[in-house]
Design a protein around this ligand. Structure first.
Ligand code: SF4
Length: 83
């Protein structure tokens, strides 16, 4: 698990976050669009995704877990704490 300095600043506070291992493949934003968003800073050579909303119900929680399981860079983390 990554520590605080390894996560993107855009992540909202809470247990889920995207670490700086992200390769910008956009799988998580396709799977859980209510919680993950792509960084639209066009100056970045390679974009990244981040958590813009923590899951607020079981459906969103399940999709966040699915995104975490399929992330090819293992960049999605859950620190196990409550929001
Ligand atoms: S699935 Fe993982 S590597 Fe792909 S954009 Fe999301 S956090 Fe980044």
């Amino acid at each position: 698990m990554s520590d605080l300095t390894d996560r993107f600043m855009e992540n909202v506070p809470g247990r889920y976050y995207v670490a700086k291992l992200c390769i910008g493949c956009c799988l998580c934003t396709a799977i859980a669009p209510d919680n993950f968003r792509e960084n639209d800073d066009m100056e970045l050579a390679v974009g990244n995704s981040y958590v813009y909303r923590q899951p607020e119900n079981e459906t969103q929680e399940g999709l966040c877990i699915e995104a975490m399981e399929v992330c090819p860079a293992s960049a999605i983390c859950n620190n196990g704490l409550s929001n």
